[in-house]
Design a protein around this ligand. Structure first.
Ligand SMILES: *[C@@H]1O[C@H](CO)[C@@H](O)[C@H](O)[C@H]1NC(C)=O
Ligand SMILES: *[C@@H]1O[C@H](CO)[C@@H](O)[C@H](O)[C@H]1NC(C)=O
Ligand SMILES: *[C@@H]1O[C@H](CO)[C@@H](O)[C@H](O)[C@H]1NC(C)=O
Ligand SMILES: *[C@@H]1O[C@H](CO)[C@@H](O)[C@H](O)[C@H]1NC(C)=O
Ligand SMILES: *[C@@H]1O[C@H](CO)[C@@H](O)[C@H](O)[C@H]1NC(C)=O
Ligand SMILES: *[C@@H]1O[C@H](CO)[C@@H](O)[C@H](O)[C@H]1NC(C)=O
Ligand SMILES: *[C@@H]1O[C@H](CO)[C@@H](O)[C@H](O)[C@H]1NC(C)=O
Ligand SMILES: *[C@@H]1O[C@H](CO)[C@@H](O)[C@H](O)[C@H]1NC(C)=O
Ligand SMILES: *[C@@H]1O[C@H](CO)[C@@H](O)[C@H](O)[C@H]1NC(C)=O
Ligand SMILES: *[C@@H]1O[C@H](CO)[C@@H](O)[C@H](O)[C@H]1NC(C)=O
Ligand SMILES: *[C@@H]1O[C@H](CO)[C@@H](O)[C@H](O)[C@H]1NC(C)=O
Ligand SMILES: *[C@@H]1O[C@H](CO)[C@@H](O)[C@H](O)[C@H]1NC(C)=O
Length: 440
């Protein structure tokens, strides 16, 4: 879109000219080109431009809802370039159908903690909440704009209230078919994305950056959490945050993750699983390939709770859940400055391994491959570079390593291997010596 056009639109929006009264031929010239994955769905035949007060104190939620309502079922909604849409109330967008959301400007969520604690959507799982929930079918989000979570206020509040329920920045709930691409996510209060109870969803070409500007850590800012979802693709993205780059939570199945640059993260993690005794958690058919992992606590990780209750922290307690991790492959990971390069723990939440071994996990791990993983770890667990600890000889099977060469900055390559068949570990330099799983 030309600068001149975007200024014309900005002016129209600021005097609150409803896009319905503007010629469709003109409006359609304001659209961003459809993203690669959006092109697979039918073209949209109506354009709606969301109005904005362009003012950090005035809520634009109702403008956004009315533009989306106008263009649902076959339209293209524009969030105009150069404008900030302030969102100060929750948006229930779970009934979308065949719509493109073209984010050219900035969507900014207010940081009124008092308000959001009472009004954010409750996602129930792990006390997560969200500013909005996007679902339905055939929904494509793109446009080179930004979604800003004003997370600093939330990160600053967390140390004083560890039970504070913080919102996920971008929540996809009950979506069948759609994509999110090209946009930037900034300063997420909690996880950047959750995709839950969804299928056939693609994330591509995204850029996340959430780092604190003071001593309060950007806590729990996972890149993606996948929960009760099937057939998900995550690719071609850059993530700088302070927690998992991608996390496969209970019932993540058929997921491909490829071509990511993860910086400052906690690795690409299956789990934690088995946290709740009454639940059965499956994570199956996961392929993670071509990942660059820098300044991270972990590279490739699987974390499962043993069969005994423990309290890892005030807000994270559990153990005893059942289920299965099956067919997980990490193929191609370059590591720089990570604490552990590869990790399996079936003792999550229980820091005493001997105590853990008395309560073997009810959640088996089978057919896991670590292939073509190389690079350098830092001093944190030196001389150990990896941690593979199952809770009994019977709860892990088919754990393979091929072409794995991870070394500390001093060149050592020891890997803790307990309760698993070292024959299939492709010459990893196994030791019984354990420095424990990484609490980070
Ligand atoms: C616009 O698209 C919708 C959904 O794809 C379709 O139902 C409708 O008939 C189309 N309208 C026109 C005027 O083409
Ligand atoms: C969102 O709206 C749908 C109806 O479109 C409703 O069924 C659902 O309960 C609402 N979700 C929340 C969290 O309010
Ligand atoms: C924050 O939200 C609370 C509760 O809704 C409200 O009373 C208060 O005025 C809001 N504060 C600001 C600065 O908007
Ligand atoms: C959720 O919050 C409640 C109350 O603050 C707390 O008891 C519980 O442990 C939390 N659950 C998780 C999974 O963090
Ligand atoms: C994703 O990245 C790969 C490798 O760089 C590239 O071949 C592919 O075209 C990209 N996909 C999209 C949709 O841009
Ligand atoms: C691997 O990912 C990088 C981005 O981190 C990309 O540039 C490269 O093309 C990818 N390689 C393949 C073989 O897709
Ligand atoms: C990596 O993260 C650090 C902050 O932890 C940041 O300063 C740096 O710019 C990031 N690097 C890239 C390439 O994004
Ligand atoms: C996972 O899927 C299984 C089988 O469909 C189901 O029994 C179980 O309750 C699900 N678990 C969760 C946490 O949703
Ligand atoms: C293992 O997972 C991969 C990736 O999702 C899939 O292509 C393959 O068919 C799965 N294999 C089995 C035996 O389920
Ligand atoms: C992250 O890693 C890059 C490359 O190894 C390095 O240049 C940079 O200083 C690191 N940043 C931090 C914050 O450690
Ligand atoms: C886990 O493995 C044990 C021992 O091999 C077996 O008895 C049990 O049935 C397995 N459980 C699942 C859920 O596969
Ligand atoms: C295994 O680690 C020990 C202790 O660091 C070292 O002496 C030995 O050379 C290593 N073996 C291999 C095969 O790398």
């Amino acid at each position: 879109m030309t600068t001149l056009k975007s200024w014309i639109v900005a002016s129209l929006l600021l005097v609150s000219v409803n896009s319905a009264s503007v010629d469709e031929t003109f409006l359609s010239t304001l659209r961003s080109p459809r993203s690669f994955y959006a092109q697979a769905s039918p073209s949209r035949n109506k354009t709606c431009v969301a109005l904005s007060h362009n003012d950090p104190l005035t809520d634009d939620a109702s403008n956004i809802l009315s533009a989306i309502e106008d263009c649902n079922n076959g339209g293209h909604v524009i969030f105009a370039d150069k404008l900030t849409y302030t969102i100060a109330s929750p948006l229930n967008l779970t009934n979308l159908n065949a719509v493109d959301l073209d984010i050219q400007g900035t969507l900014s969520f207010t940081d009124n903690i008092t308000y959001w604690v009472d009004n954010a959507f409750d996602l129930v799982y792990q006390n997560a909440t969200s500013f909005f929930a996007l679902g339905g079918q055939d929904v494509h989000v793109y446009g080179a704009g930004e979604v800003h979570g004003n997370g600093q206020t939330w990160w600053d509040a967390y140390p004083g209230n560890k039970k504070l329920k913080r919102p996920v920045l971008f929540a996809v709930v009950g979506l069948d078919g759609g994509s999110v691409s090209q946009i930037k996510l900034r300063n997420s209060p909690f996880w950047h994305n959750i995709v839950m109870e969804s299928k056939n969803v693609i994330y591509s070409g995204l850029d996340f950056f959430s780092t604190s500007n003071n001593g309060n850590f950007e806590k729990n800012t996972d890149g993606w959490d996948i929960y009760r979802s099937d057939n998900i693709l995550i690719e071609n993205s850059t993530i700088t945050n302070g927690d998992d780059c991608v996390s496969f939570k209970p019932n993540s199945t058929n997921v491909l993750v490829q071509n990511l640059y993860c910086n400052g993260t906690h690795g690409i993690s299956v789990g934690s699983l088995g946290q709740y005794p009454e639940r059965v958690d499956y994570v199956e058919n996961i392929l993670v390939r071509n990942i660059t992992m820098e300044n991270s606590s972990e590279g490739a990780r699987i974390k499962v709770w043993p069969d005994a209750y423990s309290e890892k922290s005030e807000a994270l307690t559990g153990g005893g859940g059942r289920g299965l991790v099956r067919n997980v492959t990490y193929d191609g990971m370059r590591l720089t400055n990570v604490d552990y390069g590869i990790t399996i723990t079936q003792c999550y939440g229980q820091d005493d391994e001997e105590e853990c071994f008395k309560h073997p996990s009810k959640l088996n791990i089978t057919d896991v491959t670590f292939r073509n993983i190389r690079g350098r770890t830092n001093r944190v667990f030196s001389p150990i570079v990896g941690h593979l600890v199952c809770s009994s000889p019977y709860t892990c099977s088919g754990i393979l390593a091929e072409d794995v060469d991870i070394r500390t900055i001093n060149g050592s390559n020891l890997v803790t291997c307990r309760n698993l068949d070292t024959e299939s570990l492709g010459g990893l330099n196994c030791t019984e010596w354990s420095k424990g799983y990484n609490p980070a």
